[in-house]
Design a protein around this ligand. Structure first.
Ligand code: NDP
Ligand SMILES: O=C(O)C1=N[C@H](C(=O)O)C[C@H](O)C1
Length: 243
């Protein structure tokens, strides 16, 4: 039985993870929120899960490294600085970072990679997502994860080929671009579609999250999987044994 410490424990995901732990094979070792240090929590946990805010990441990674335990990062809205900090920490501890811990999205990313590789660059790729009105970052971490899967399959850098926030006289779609569109409203847990638009035909691959328990279950599974792994950077694909 793993002792799992939750960072962002009072949040929507923190509470969902506590619910999974209350009825599952692993146990919660406590939680911290804004204004509380994760150092003591790290000392009494086998693994940390972080569903808080990008600004907290450096301190959380330092606490996990100080205690020599792994960390799963579900927080989205991460930038270059945060990804650099994750790479550095992964030299010392196992770190799993993902924009989506669900089984379905992990498989969707695999399918998107396959479709992008097989359909070729003349099929335009657009990623559409919708989330609840409380979400603060866009595009969603999942949309970016799906965009990365498509970019990797095409051998291009997503950062140099993404188009988002189209408004006004935008000019034509850039050749080879991967587009992003974000909708916000209500209580939507998470809707993602990747549209491959070719000549006179379209292929759409989609995932619908009916509630956030799917993310919580995946986070607990991923966190427990990380325990005992060598230092390095991991993804949900590793947990599920997908290439
Ligand atoms: N990877 C995945 O599968 C999923 C990822 N997410 C991501 O997880 C994150 C959290 O989502 P959600 O639970 O909906 O958001 P919430 O806003 O409900 O929860 C975030 C929690 O973290 C707390 N927090 C804020 N700053 C800090 C800090 N510096 N240190 C510790 N805790 C802090 C917040 O406290 P306060 O309210 O006081 O600010 C709040 O309790 C988001 O980035 C979201 O996109 C969400 C679902 C699935
Ligand atoms: O903030 C959310 O709610 C979610 N965030 C993640 C994301 O940014 O993709 C995962 C999920 O879609 C819910």
């Amino acid at each position: 039985m793993a002792r799992i410490g939750i960072i962002g424990s009072e949040g929507r995901m923190g509470q969902a993870i506590a619910q999974v732990l209350a009825s599952g094979e692993h146990e919660g070792s406590g939680g911290v929120d804004k204004g509380q240090s994760p150092v003591e929590l790290a000392k009494t946990s086998d693994v940390l899960v972080d569903f808080s805010a990008p600004v907290a990441l450096a301190e959380n990674l330092a606490a996990a490294q100080g205690a020599g335990i792994p960390m799963l990062i579900g927080t989205t809205g991460l930038g270059e600085r945060e990804h650099g900090a994750i790479d550095a920490a992964a030299q010392n501890i196992p770190v799993l970072q993902t924009g989506n811990t669900s089984l379905g999205v992990t498989l969707l990313a695999h399918l998107v990679h396959e479709a992008a590789a097989r359909l070729g660059p003349d099929w335009d790729i657009e990623v559409l997502e919708m989330h609840h009105r409380m979400k603060v970052d866009a595009p969603s971490g999942t949309a970016l994860l799906l965009g990365e899967a498509a970019a990797e399959a095409r051998g291009i850098e997503l950062a140099e080929n993404s188009e988002s926030g189209r408004d006004g006289h935008t000019g034509q779609r850039a050749e080879g671009a991967i587009g992003f569109a974000a909708l916000r409203g209500g209580t939507v847990a998470g809707e993602h579609s990747v549209i491959f638009a070719g000549e006179q035909e379209r292929l759409t691959l989609s995932h619908s999250a009916e509630n956030r328990m799917i993310f919580a279950r995946g986070a607990v599974k991923g966190a427990a999987w990380l325990i005992g792994k060598p230092p390095g950077r991991y993804s949900m694909k590793d947990v599920l044994g997908l290439d």
